[in-house]
Design a protein around this ligand. Structure first.
Ligand code: BDR
Ligand code: CA
Length: 323
């Protein structure tokens, strides 16, 4: 069983990534050791509460949650204008309050350090938020990120434009200095950039397909409503180029682990621009096969999106099926 820490900034598509992991936990393929929340899509205290509510709704309230350090990006605003201040367009008020307490929770960086030290080489870190927590852990405890079995990141944009500036993708641009720390922490980081995640359109038909397996199930209802909201806001902010649906960027990380046949990876040196006047947060990619390039990453630029999305749909069905 794969042991996972999920570093995340829910709501938005992060919730779908979390639900996918929980289905795989239910099926016995994964163990979710902790969820570490980060400031990103919305404020750190909101991402914490959102994760807590989703874990409560799905029957996983016992899983530990870390709280994000407050990091306000100088250049990029958060995405509350897309996701609503609760990260899920007002749906938080319809869910039971989370059982975790922000005031007494450990910080995400401390929780990452604690878990990786407890089981060196055993835990895979999935990072689907700005990299503030991972960088803070590495700065506090140099070498700690090498103790993860693998680090899998949704972030960056290589041969496509960014989504927050012309050059920067949100997770990298929001805290480019943090991304730099993480990219330099080891030589085998897995990066799933916008190049592929901008093809992962989850449609209202897929949400219906999932929910009809058990329409009265509260998770099924939540998936349908969240889909409605995210589809609507994607339309308003022109995220999916005219196709009805929303982008499940963060789900690519789970596909890498459990459905690797849906992704093609190539070896490269990846750097992040932290000094550029116009290019801050840009990810730069050197895939020349030459020893001097000193590769630090595996980057995916090709995805079988139909198969990836079909796997997500099937696993979400398992999550909402009765025992
Ligand atoms: C990334 O930014 C966030 O808004 C999404 O959740 C995803 O992690 C996409 O650029
Ligand atoms: Ca995210």
């Amino acid at each position: 069983r794969l042991k996972i820490i999920l570093d995340t900034d829910p709501g938005g598509d992060d919730i779908f990534a979390l639900l996918w992991i929980l289905s795989l936990v239910k099926q016995g393929f994964m163990e979710l050791v902790a969820v570490t929340t980060a400031q990103g899509n919305v404020n750190a205290n909101v991402t914490f509460e959102c994760a807590s509510q989703v874990l409560g709704l799905t029957g996983f309230a016992q899983i530990e949650i870390g709280k994000g350090v407050i990091f306000t990006s100088a250049e990029i605003e958060d995405a509350a204008y897309i996701h609503g201040v609760d990260g899920m367009g007002g749906l938080a008020a319809t869910l039971p309050a989370g059982k975790h307490k922000y005031s007494t929770a450990p910080t995400s960086d401390d929780l990452i350090i604690e878990k990786l030290n407890a089981e060196p080489g055993e835990i895979t870190l999935i990072a689907i938020a700005p990299l503030t927590n991972l960088a803070a852990a590495e700065t506090k405890s140099p070498g700690i990120l090498k103790k993860a079995k693998e680090i899998i990141i949704m972030g960056g944009a290589f041969r496509v434009s960014g989504n927050v500036t012309s050059h920067a993708e949100f997770n990298i641009g929001f805290n480019a200095e943090a991304a730099k720390v993480v990219f330099n922490s080891r030589n085998d980081i897995v990066i799933l950039p916008l190049d592929i995640t901008s093809q992962l359109i989850f449609t209202p038909e897929m949400a219906k397909d999932v929910s009809q397996v058990n329409p009265q199930n509260p998770i099924a209802k939540f998936i349908l409503e969240l889909n409605n909201f995210l589809t609507e806001s994607s339309l308003n902010y022109r995220q999916t180029e005219g196709i009805k649906g929303f982008l499940v960027h963060d789900a690519a990380t789970i596909a890498y682990l459990c459905y690797p046949e849906t992704l093609l990876l190539q070896r490269a040196r990846v750097e992040v621009e932290t000094q550029g006047t116009f290019t801050n947060g840009q990810t730069i990619f050197d895939d020349r096969h030459y020893p001097k390039t000193n590769p630090n990453a595996w980057v995916s630029l090709q995805v079988d999106e139909a198969n990836l999305l079909a796997s997500l749909v099937e696993d979400l069905k398992v999550l909402i099926l009765g025992e």
